[in-house]
Design a protein around this ligand. Structure first.
Ligand code: ZN
Length: 218
């Protein structure tokens, strides 16, 4: 039995404990259909906590505006990748989020697209939506000590969608209450997953190596 709102089995549903808050930065989560069936996915939680979020499940959309369901200018939007630690070494370590464009700073962005799925699924989404290449690529370079990731992630730099969005909102200087609420809902969700016997397992978006990012954008 699944909850109609969060799409999770009723044993994992935490809808009653969620308190929606408005974020200044728009978020567009594009989720691979296979990931949408994963009960451990955190994408749905993001859209329930942040009503500004648009959550779409599918493989391709005509344009950013078509995916968002409203007019949007690609040059005002970023798209998130999670870089490999080695590649991230050349970027400033005191910053968690980088926009890989000399012309654009994080504060200039109106919204961010987050691809939700494992590495292969994210890559499929990327190649099936050529308009994504017109967005500003963003990369997370979280130091390991800051990580709140839970056990069984395939790689150290692996990050779940909710945590990625939380980090972007922090870097974007959104209100602490906004990302604080995201973090709180994540804690509750991890607690649910832990019960009854052990190691929490959270679905994650695997890192997209920087080598996959077209050169001209770096
Ligand atoms: Zn629910």
């Amino acid at each position: 039995m699944k909850c109609a709102q969060c799409w999770k089995p009723t044993t994992l549903c935490l809808c009653e404990q969620l308190h929606p808050v408005a974020s200044r930065l728009r978020v567009l989560v594009l989720q691979h259909p296979q990931e949408a069936r994963n009960p451990r996915s955190t994408a749905r939680l993001v859209s329930l906590v942040l009503p500004n979020t648009v959550h779409r499940v599918g493989l391709s959309w005509r344009s950013l505006a078509a995916a968002l369901g409203e007019l949007a200018t690609p040059s005002e939007w970023g798209i998130l990748y999670v870089g490999q630690a080695k590649e991230a070494e050349r970027l400033a370590k005191d910053q968690a989020v980088h926009v890989l464009s000399k012309k654009k700073k994080l504060k200039d962005l109106k919204g961010v697209v987050v691809l939700d799925g494992n590495w292969k699924q994210s890559k499929t989404l990327w190649w099936r939506n050529p308009w994504m290449q017109r967005l500003h690529r963003m990369i997370l370079t979280l130091p390991e000590k800051k990580s709140r990731f839970v056990a069984r992630q395939p790689r150290k730099s692996c990050i779940c969608t909710l945590e990625a969005v939380s980090e972007i909102l922090k870097a974007y200087q959104d209100k602490p209450a906004t990302y604080g609420e995201l973090d709180r809902s994540f804690d509750i969700f991890v607690e649910r997953l832990q019960a009854p016997r052990g190691v929490p397992v959270v679905a994650c978006t695997e890192p997209m190596p920087l080598s996959e990012v077209p050169r001209e954008s770096v």
